[in-house]
Design a protein around this ligand. Structure first.
Ligand code: NAG
Ligand code: ZN
Length: 383
């Protein structure tokens, strides 16, 4: 009886993904929708299909679960040459859930690197990309369905107040800066402790993994809609050790965007521009050992020159995502030029790394398959 069930299990585990990938290939791969803002399910489905259709160059990794138990996924992109341990550009989007253009830009980035691979192969020759297109899914679903301006996670804070600002939850001068960081009902709430939020811990563990394996080069966090490139520090007005490098990359990005669309992007050390406060992922990445760390505040201005901030009309999604890709591509090109494989990186780690790495959650199919093959083997040996 068990053998028959397991036999079926093994067959399903093998046949099901094959059938699915054939179906995706028949449809000519996954189509990226930029005519509307995608739902959480729409984003997950697109990522699944793309990973199936381009399995030699994209792996979709389950990196964690949100407070409301949604999957956190990261696309790991290579050029498929089989060389492991390449340096990595780590990009995340939608830590702030109302910034709807950021997942769209992250998905377009994935599309450019995986589908339009030939045109962008320079960006993958010596570098891999790790991209989290939706770093705060609970907040994103809530922003889409209930309260558009929702910025935070959905963790209860007691009373009638919910949510922590993920970009205040990192362990860098945590809670220091201004009073709202300590107000559990405010959209700047920094959380009940540093890294109280599983979504922030997930991003942290990815950073630490890349530093420990000496692959970390650039962390790039997408936000809207200030039309700026920011570099650290946020918590301190002192310059970072490689301030000139950061400034040069920021100005290069701004120049490329201006030449392509005429949009003006400003480059700043954040603290000199808008005051000091703690808890940001950008500061944390540099402290953890990334030599380069940026926030890219993309534009929210429509082609009609109206400032739409977080919610540009659907007809502008494609244009703004393409403009952002021009910027992201420039970030990467300049970072790769500055950090060729021949340049050693010291990965100056200024914070303590935790012992336990993030757990990997394997796909159910492969788990059933593995368990059942083992069971079949055991029973045949024991008989
Ligand atoms: C960016 O933020 C600053 C300070 O909060 C504000 O003065 C400025 O107008 C913003 N720029 C855009 C384009 O939203
Ligand atoms: Zn933001």
């Amino acid at each position: 009886m068990w053998r028959i069930l397991c036999g079926i299990g093994v067959l399903v585990a093998i046949v099901h993904p094959l059938a699915e990938s054939r179906a995706v290939r028949r449809r000519g791969g996954a189509e990226l929708q930029l005519d509307n803002y995608l739902s959480y399910d729409g984003i997950m489905q697109y990522l699944d299909q793309l990973a199936l259709a381009h399995s030699s160059r994209m792996t979709l990794k389950d990196v964690g679960r949100t407070y409301e138990n949604r999957a956190l996924k990261m696309a790991m992109i290579t050029n498929g040459d089989g060389r492991s341990g390449k340096r990595v550009i780590f990009l995340d989007a939608a830590l702030h859930s109302r910034e709807w253009m950021t997942p769209a830009a992250a998905l377009l980035t994935i599309h450019k690197l995986v589908v339009e691979f030939e045109e962008n192969s320079d960006l993958l020759a010596d570098y891999d990309w790790h991209i989290m297109p939706l770093a705060n899914p609970d907040g994103y679903v809530y922003s889409r369905n209930t309260e558009r301006y929702w910025r935070n996670t959905r963790t209860p804070n007691g009373g009638n107040c919910f949510g922590t600002n993920l970009n205040r939850n990192f362990a860098v001068n945590w809670k220091e800066g201004f009073p709202q960081l300590r107000d559990p009902c405010d959209e700047n709430y920094a959380g009940s402790s540093p890294f109280s939020e599983v979504e922030a811990r997930t991003v942290r563990d990815i950073m630490h993994g890349l530093v420990e394996s000496k692959r970390a080069v650039m962390y790039l966090s997408l936000h809207t809609a200030n039309r700026s490139v920011f570099y650290p520090w946020v918590y301190n007005t002192a310059p970072v050790p490689n301030q000139e490098e950061h400034d040069e990359i920021g100005k290069f990005v701004a120049d490329r965007i201006f030449q392509s669309t005429g949009t003006i992007i400003k480059t700043w050390q954040y603290a000199l521009y808008d005051g000091t406060f703690g808890g940001t992922s950008m500061d944390y990445a540099l402290l953890a050992g990334f030599p380069l760390s940026f926030v890219f505040e993309m534009s929210g201005t429509g082609r009609d020159n109206v400032e739409y901030k977080f919610f540009p009309p659907a007809r502008d999604i494609r244009h703004l995502a393409e403009e952002s890709w021009t910027g992201i591509k420039a970030f990467a090109a300049k970072a790769i030029e500055k950090y060729p494989p021949s340049r050693a990186i010291s990965h100056n780690q200024m914070v303590e790394l935790p012992k336990n790495a993030a757990p990997t959650i394997r796909g159910f199919n492969s788990m059933v398959g593995t368990v059942c093959i083992f069971f079949l083997y055991l029973t045949s040996v024991l008989n």
